[in-house]
Ligand binder design. Structure first.
Ligand code: FAD
Length: 280
């Protein structure tokens, strides 16, 4: 439970942080809330030689509505997301993360950069078609959620790069829900589902987005279920029939808690529940 030795710096500007990352090379790691990285170090599954703590870098926390979207600083903690009801599925997912102690420290940028398919916020980013702003030595770029998550614990964020901001569209026109199934309260999701529903004037489904947690090595869109519901009524029958297709094309790995078949069953059941809640 004791990590290998490492150096530690806490730069006070983004430029200094990028410089420290550049000097530290591939073995330098950003430290944000520390609630994914430090456990990995204690288990000796990660052994960075330099930690670059970005918590003193100004301008990386907080959120604001701007031109039809939310701009959320990468250092914004789960507790702040949980307390903002206007954040729709981002708030609904943040509430389900672990316990209050974890939510008091963990950050949205850390959760997205870590790229764990069992995490909740990556699924929401994919469902709401958000982006992250990434800054490095080569400049700043915008990365779509669908391109950010490349494989298990692998993202498109390079070694010397920092996620500075997360952008998600505002959720005014959408109903949403995030539901997850856990073996014990406050656990990681065995399977989770983020559903977003936009109603047409006649009450039918104008648009729908569904994304799945822990059903593969990255968060996945349930495209077949979305196609089955788009343009249909939002009655219990239509929702149930669309939800039957939620696991289409997925190959979830089995683990100690669930076989692949059981996870597919959970995806169908949770998608029905999430769609019902979002449509209501
Ligand atoms: C007991 C426990 C239970 C948990 N349960 C859940 C759960 O149910 N659901 C869930 O979603 N999560 C859960 N988590 C994870 C928690 O949400 C973490 O806080 C989060 O995944 C990582 O955020 P962090 O700020 O702590 O990142 P850190 O641990 O500091 O960093 C994680 C990784 O991201 C990199 N990084 C951090 N910030 C940036 C940045 N701005 N730019 C680029 N790279 C960056 C780091 O270098 C590191 O590789 C749990 C954690 C614990 C300890």
């Amino acid at each position: 439970m004791i990590p290998p030795e490492f150096d530690y710096v806490a730069p006070e500007t983004l430029e200094e942080a990028l410089g420290a990352l550049r000097d530290g090379g591939e073995d330098a790691k950003i430290l944000a809330g520390g609630h994914s990285l430090v456990p990995l170090m204690k288990l000796r599954l990660a052994a960075p030689t330099l930690l670059v703590d970005i918590r003193k870098v100004p301008g990386l926390s907080g959120m604001q509505r701007d031109d039809g979207q939310w701009r959320i600083g990468a250092l914004t903690r789960h507790v702040d997301l949980q307390n903002n009801a206007d954040l729709g599925p981002v708030q609904q997912a943040a509430i389900t993360i672990a316990d209050q102690q974890v939510r008091n420290r963990g950050t949205i940028g850390g959760a997205l950069a870590h790229g764990d398919p069992a995490s909740d916020l990556p699924t929401v980013l994919v469902a709401c078609e958000g982006t992250v702003t990434v800054t490095g030595g080569e400049g700043t770029r915008e990365v779509a959620g669908t391109e950010l998550f490349q494989d298990y614990l692998t993202t498109a964020v390079g070694a010397g790069e920092v996620i500075t901001e997360v952008r998600v569209p505002n959720f005014d026109a959408w109903g949403s829900a995030y539901v997850k199934f856990t073996r014990r309260a406050e656990d990681w999701a065995m399977v989770g589902v983020c559903a977003m529903v936009k109603k047409a004037a006649d009450g039918s489904c104008e648009d729908v987005r569904i994304a799945l947690t822990n059903m593969g090595s990255t968060p996945l869109r349930a495209s077949a279920a979305e196609a089955a519901l788009r343009g249909q009524g939002l009655d219990a029958g239509s929702i149930a029939s669309a939800a039957e297709q939620a696991a289409e094309g997925t190959e979830p790995p089995g683990d100690l808690n669930a076989t692949p078949d059981y996870k597919r069953h959970l995806a169908r059941v949770l998608t029905r529940r999430a769609l019902e809640e979002a449509a209501a």
